[in-house]
Design a protein around this ligand. Structure first.
Ligand SMILES: [Zn+2]
Length: 583
């Protein structure tokens, strides 16, 4: 582990503008620098780099982070490599006091990569002499060039095919890399008698394998286990090979198997990737939405395919953003992408992709199938079923609104709003307007800052601009809603770590539900110049939040006799009456 204070110093000394500029040409725009985003395909620049805050943010796709994240996400460095690279640039030496295993850890990863590379070359070599495998691939219609592009290989039908590739078959790293299984003192290869598909990371290094059985047998597909190099919920097969064409086409196709990716490529569809035996994860959806504005999920048309599609929908809802298109393609009965493209060709397949069902249609179709809309109860049931899914769309306010309208018209009911949506204050229009304007995108940018941010959102931005403001937020009302939750979370973090730099806050919430929102609000704070007086807006938003909570409390109490209330409720009522002056 590298100590946190080392990272802080490193980021303090690094000039993120100079770093990013090595990869992306930047143009000065006010206090910040702008470019067309390197993480997604766009025509006008929404990517900003802030020298004062030392982070980057994209208003189009939400990419956000520090110099370290930039090297990892854009240049494909591992965390440790990114830290090393920056440290060598600013002349810092990585701490190494014996207890910390960073260099050894790193060394071990390098060795694991080496083992994977040797195995991949061995499998590839073995394919050249393996008649049955060649016959099998030929019979599936695979061309030699395609096999070479994806570096396909074969694992022989034997207990220890890799013993021929490694001088020391007892090497524990072979087990750690997932190549060899050690069982009660016996060792044997994990992959035997299979066509081998190397899975590569964004730098092109082999990190895992997928093996497909050639004859009958189970399992049909076998993947490497989770290893220090391979996390299957994060990687996507074909991303290394297809990254450029995905960006170029601005569309990515997600299919179920490696063979689909490979065969589509051979027939001229070179923007497909495959998940690795799991439903697409939220993390994977995020990575794809950064590369392209459109993600098409392709599934078999059978019941299993629809079930898998539903999982994909659930996992990608939190990553959906206004202006991005997520859609679902169901192949005709008995077809998979491989068979379809082989018999009908690339053009027919691309046309088929154009008919994919938009996320909203798929959502309402599936939920509609579970309900009977001819009865009042059925309508209520649909509204109830849809609610949790719509609530997952935390990053797509316009899509949320569109889905609610559709739900309302389907059911004839006004669907309940989430607490976050209710919290938009009606007070302080002038203050909010002013703040809203200061955040409006500059001309030529594709930013989509909300025209009228909620009071909670203003508090959140102010906190992410200057975490020391947490000390002024001691008595926030407890209100449900994602923005309120995020404010509370940042306030408690800033109280625990009073010295925390604003830049480091988003990373503290990695993997937590608040993360996306905090990342967004941190990005919005990039447009506040350091000398911009946010105090008036902050105070305005704070009193709007307090007044609103009190109004809700007063409304709850109205119509009830004081004799029916508890002491606490009476105190709340008194407080609410006190602040019910016009605002
Ligand atoms: Zn972007």
């Amino acid at each position: 582990m590298i100590p946190q204070d080392f990272i802080q110093q490193l980021l303090d000394r690094t000039d993120i503008v100079a770093l990013v500029e090595r990869y992306v040409p930047l143009k000065k725009a006010g206090a910040n620098y702008q470019a067309r985003c390197p993480f997604h395909n766009e025509k006008s620049p929404s990517f900003s780099v802030s020298p004062s805050k030392q982070f980057y943010h994209c208003f189009g796709c939400g990419a956000h982070g520090t110099a370290i994240t930039f090297l990892m996400e854009h240049a494909g460095y591992s965390f440790i490599d990114a830290v090393k690279e920056l440290a060598s640039q600013v002349g810092m030496t990585l701490p190494d006091d014996g207890k910390r295993v960073a260099p050894e850890e790193d060394h071990r990863r390098e060795k694991l990569y080496e083992r994977m590379d040797i195995a991949a070359r061995h499998y590839r070599q073995a394919l050249k002499a393996h008649e049955p495998a060649i016959a099998y691939l030929k019979q599936r219609g695979l061309a030699g060039e395609t096999a070479a592009k994806f570096a396909l290989g074969v694992a022989n039908d034997d207990w220890q095919p890799l013993a021929a590739a490694f001088a020391d078959y007892q090497d524990p790293l072979l087990v750690e890399a997932g190549l060899v299984i050690s069982n009660e003192g016996k060792r044997y290869d994990r992959f035997r008698d299979r066509v081998m598909f190397p899975i590569r990371n964004e730098r092109g290094q082999v990190i895992a394998f997928g093996g497909r059985i050639m004859q009958k047998g189970e399992p049909k597909y076998l993947n490497s286990p989770e290893t220090p190099l391979f996390h299957k919920g994060r990687e996507l097969y074909g991303l290394f090979e297809h990254r450029r064409s995905i960006q170029h086409e601005d569309r990515v196709l997600v299919v179920e198997g490696y063979m689909d990716v490979v065969m589509l490529d051979q027939h001229g569809v070179d923007n497909a990737v495959a998940t690795l035996g799991t439903a697409i994860t939220s993390d994977q959806a995020m990575r794809l939405l950064r590369l392209a504005n459109e993600v098409v999920f392709a599934f078999d048309g059978d019941a299993a395919g629809r079930k898998a599609a539903w999982r994909a929908l659930e996992n990608s809802l939190p990553q959906a953003r206004d202006g991005k298109l997520l859609s679902f393609l169901f192949l005709p009965d008995g077809e998979d992408p491989d068979s379809f493209v082989r018999t009908q060709g690339a053009d027919a397949f691309k046309k088929l992709c154009n008919t994919a069902m938009p996320l909203s249609d798929f959502l309402f179709n599936e939920l509609g199938n579970q309900t009977d809309l001819s009865s009042q109860e059925g309508k209520v049931r649909l509204a109830t079923l849809a609610q949790p899914y719509i609530a997952k769309l935390t990053q797509a306010p316009l899509l949320t609104r569109a889905l609610r309208q559709r739900l309302d018209s389907l059911t004839g009911l006004a669907s309940p709003r989430t607490a976050g949506e209710r919290n938009r204050p009606s007070g302080h229009p002038s203050q909010l307007d002013k703040f809203g304007k200061s955040l409006r995108p500059q001309s030529g940018s594709q930013g989509r800052a909300a025209a009228q941010p909620s009071a909670w959102r203003i508090l959140l931005r102010a906190l992410l601009h200057d975490p020391s403001r947490a000390s002024q937020l001691t008595d926030l009302p407890e209100v449900a809603g994602s923005e309120a939750d995020a404010v509370q979370a940042v306030v408690s973090l800033a109280r625990e770590h009073p010295e925390i730099p604003a830049r480091d806050i988003p990373d503290h919430f990695l993997g937590r539900p608040e993360h996306a929102l905090i990342m967004q609000a941190a990005g919005e704070s990039i447009r506040l110049d350091d000398d911009f007086d946010i105090n008036a807006d902050f105070q305005g938003a704070l009193s709007a939040v307090m007044n609103q909570a009190n109004r809700i409390a007063a409304k709850e109490f109205s119509g009830r006799k004081p004799s029916e209330m508890s002491e606490i409720e009476k105190a709340q009522l008194r407080a609410s009456l006190k602040t019910r002056k016009p605002v």
